[in-house]
Design a protein around this ligand. Structure first.
Ligand code: 5AD
Ligand code: SF4
Length: 476
């Protein structure tokens, strides 16, 4: 019997998808209703994309999505980048136990970054015995195989890989939006910023082959997708480790040629690897959006060195000047950490200085979180919480004031908007995004969802704009 199980991927997983399908069909006959699933995603866009892939597998197996966690299968896709991300998971697991008591056949699975950490895994093993399956970030493609194993056993199934060089292509997936999609171009990170757990839980950098990426995007375009977001921890170093190295800029030029794709976004860029070639592509491209998320982390060259970021304040500012000169309409956004070990008032002032000089359109501000296993966790000059809190509030105030002022520069202009959904508060309105990712609300029909239309921007409300349709759909 075992001889029949394919060894190679993805064939092996298609085999297990069929086995899982049989089990789900049987159970559903027994219950006289479909089996349901729910996936709860914590963390970043990379996790959101992984969850779409796992939903694709679960739906192929025959599970039907349920919008709440009292489902027959609940999967938590976890994040561990900051301590509070972990705490949220433990809190939510408590609820799941309540559901499982009412539905003893219920399966509970946890995967993602947090499960790559020994102490988090041990805690689940000891204190959350009702969990059925634990897996990590490197083997999400194995979901069907793990499910089949779990259907046949009452034991907790644990399958976490330290690292991988594998990229399994061509498994089922679903999309949250019909008209836009994330596309992985690379996995993992080699940068080892001294505060960051990601390289430990997502493994070494590996790039997908350009032909796999292009063919996926072609299929997406044929299926009605007009906007793609290329995903990687550090997209600027895309392709360096491939057998035939390709630059990120060259990849973008190829993607630009795909008919049907109107907007190309990407995330995240590391300042140390941002090439002139990429800036030229951004300047000349009609499809690459004039938006760059360029994490600063700190404005102090002294701290940047301790963070292992490989650039200085001056280097960062020079890069921003170059970007603004070549792409004048560019929107810049960033990530900033407050309270990194050893941060002095002077260091913090340097961060404020960069914020004032760059004038970001928005910024994610984070309080430093000590992640065990990272070099910075062992630094003995951790900062007092009260001081951090005060700095954080000052930074947030500055960031918000500047963002509100910058937002005014588009008022009065007519710009293309991709409509995404009906407005939550007012059903006569629809909500979309400018090419710089800013939100715009207009009075309009939901039939425009998925279309790009010209919109006159009438008013800036800080975090969003109010506008009006300038004409019928301009494109797509
Ligand atoms: N503490 C606070 N913020 C962190 N980030 C990464 N690690 C930590 C940490 N230990 C932030 C960085 C990164 C973003 C995704 O999360 O700003 O760019
Ligand atoms: Fe973390 Fe730095 Fe890698 Fe970003 S580049 S994922 S901050 S180690």
């Amino acid at each position: 019997m075992n001889l029949e199980i394919p060894v190679n991927e993805p064939d092996r997983q298609y085999y297990y998808i069929e086995r899982a399908k049989e089990f789900v069909a049987l159970k559903s006959k027994e219950y006289n209703r479909p089996l349901t699933y729910h996936v709860t995603t914590f963390g970043c866009q990379m996790n959101a994309k992984d969850s779409e892939k796992m939903c694709g597998i679960l739906e192929t197996v025959g599970y039907v999505y349920k919008d709440s966690e009292d489902a027959d299968l609940v999967l938590f896709n976890t994040c561990t980048v900051r301590e509070n991300a972990n705490n949220k998971v433990y809190g939510r697991l408590g609820y799941l136990n309540g559901y499982k008591k009412k539905n003893p056949d219920m399966k509970i699975a946890i995967c993602g970054c947090m499960m790559q950490e020994d102490n988090a895994r041990e805690k689940i093993k000891e204190s959350y015995r009702f969990v059925d399956i634990i897996f990590g970030t490197h083997n999400i493609f194995k979901l069907a195989e793990l499910l089949v194993e779990s259907f046949a056993s009452d034991e907790m199934i644990i399958d976490v890989w330290e690292d991988t060089d594998k990229i399994v292509e061509k498994l089922p997936t679903i999309r949250k939006y019909p008209f836009k999609s994330g596309v992985n171009i690379m996995f993992g990170c080699n940068n080892f910023c001294s505060y960051c757990i990601v390289p430990y839980v997502r493994g070494r950098e590996r790039s997908r082959k350009p032909e796999e990426i292009i063919s996926e995007i072609r299929e997406l375009a044929d299926d009605g997708v007009v906007e793609i977001m290329l995903l990687g921890q550090n997209v600027n170093s895309y392709g360096k480790t491939l057998e035939d190295p390709v630059s990120f800029a060259a990849l973008l030029r190829e993607i630009e040629k795909i008919d049907g794709i109107e907007r190309i976004r990407f995330m995240t860029s590391h300042p140390k690897d941002l090439s002139d070639e990429l800036i030229e592509v951004m300047a000349s491209s009609k499809k690459v959006c004039p938006h760059l998320h360029l994490p600063l982390q700190s404005g102090s060259s002294r701290l940047l060195e301790k963070m292992n970021r490989h650039y200085t304040k001056e280097g960062y500012l020079a890069l921003v000047d170059k970007l603004k000169a070549r792409v004048p309409e560019i929107s810049l956004t960033t990530d900033i950490i407050v309270g990194f070990p050893g941060e002095t008032e002077e260091d913090f002032e340097e961060t404020l200085d960069v914020v004032r000089k760059v004038r970001y359109d928005s910024a994610f501000t984070f309080i430093y979180s000590k992640r065990s296993g990272t070099p910075a966790a062992a630094y003995d000059d951790q900062i007092d919480e009260e001081i951090i809190k005060k700095r954080f509030d000052r930074l947030l105030g500055e960031v918000q004031n500047i963002a509100a002022e910058e937002a005014k520069r588009f008022v009065g202009k007519t710009m293309p908007v991709l409509f995404e959904q009906v407005n939550h508060q007012d059903e006569s309105m629809i909500t979309g995004r400018l090419d710089n990712n800013a939100l715009v609300h207009v009075v309009g029909d939901k039939l425009l969802i998925g279309k790009i239309c010209d919109v006159k921007i009438n008013e800036s409300k800080g975090f969003y704009y109010l506008g009006e349709l300038a004409d019928l759909p301009s494109r797509s």
